[in-house]
Design a protein around this ligand. Structure first.
Ligand SMILES: Nc1ncnc2c1ncn2[C@@H]1O[C@H](COP(=O)(O)OP(=O)(O)OP(=O)(O)O)[C@@H](O)[C@H]1O
Ligand SMILES: [Mg+2]
Length: 221
């Protein structure tokens, strides 16, 4: 069983999109895939349960019949920084709870677990802890999604350095291209030389997830 943590240069960079396309490619290659979204903020109440859109999208691609609370056990209604959302509702986010919840996903014994982060790499969860501390404890392999837009070279290198300085293995990066970027090819080439890791995919702007799924070089994993 291998577990990958999907992080990105920022919030809204395409973590869920990339995760869903990657899961589709992995399932098409006959893998059993489970998903985990440790924390979400921005949820709707459905039958008394807070349900997050990312968790729903991930569950549509995964093939382990997981419940919503198995996929995303820590969920807050307001779309704000999760530990601030926790404070506002007299709760706190516990690092050990995030680890325990992940064990419930590991118990499904999938071939591959895909874990989607929240925000960027250094997401505070309160009490001086970060979501990256969970990734360290669980020793997950990290995949970095770069949202190809002006400023992404700086964000990509800073994020990569942070992951490496945390002693983790950042195994690959994805160039996600949802918007038109002048000199896109030059920027992708620049990142190829700045990031000493393989490129897992270049994803164009498309709402067709089959097209996105077909872009992955799964031999990198
Ligand atoms: N390559 C792409 N082509 C088309 N749409 C895309 C692409 N990448 C991302 N999007 C869209 O951009 C929006 C933001 O992407 P996404 O939700 O995956 O970001 P995220 O990093 O998961 O955000 P969050 O931090 O909220 O979890 C979504 O509506 C998504 O469908
Ligand atoms: Mg997301």
């Amino acid at each position: 069983m291998t577990s990958y943590f999907i992080t990105a240069t920022d919030t809204d960079a395409g973590k869920t999109y990339v995760a869903c396309a990657l899961i589709r490619a992995l399932v098409q290659s006959s893998n059993k895939v489970a998903v985990y979204k440790p924390i979400s903020a921005g949820c709707e109440l459905e039958d008394g349960v807070l349900v997050n859109e990312d968790a729903k999208l991930l569950s549509l691609e995964a093939n382990c019949q997981q419940t919503t609370s198995n996929i995303n056990p820590i969920a807050f209604a307001e779309p704000i920084a999760p530990h601030i959302a926790a404070n506002k509702t007299q709760q706190y986010i516990s690092l050990s709870q995030i680890g325990e919840n992940f064990k419930q996903v590991q118990n499904l014994k999938a071939d591959i677990n895909i874990v989607e982060g929240a925000g960027g790499w250094r997401l505070p969860i309160g009490n001086g802890d970060y979501l990256s501390d969970f990734v360290k404890q669980a020793k997950l392999k990290v995949i970095l999604v770069v949202n190809m837009k002006l400023g992404c070279l700086n964000h990509a290198v800073l994020t990569y350095e942070s992951i490496i300085n945390d002693g983790l293995n950042c195994i690959a990066w994805v160039a996600n291209c949802p918007a038109q970027m002048p000199y896109l090819a030059d920027n992708i080439n620049e990142l190829k030389s700045l990031l000493p890791i393989p490129q897992l995919a270049i994803l164009p702007n498309t709402s067709d997830l089959d097209i996105a799924a077909s872009q992955f070089n799964l031999s990198v994993l």
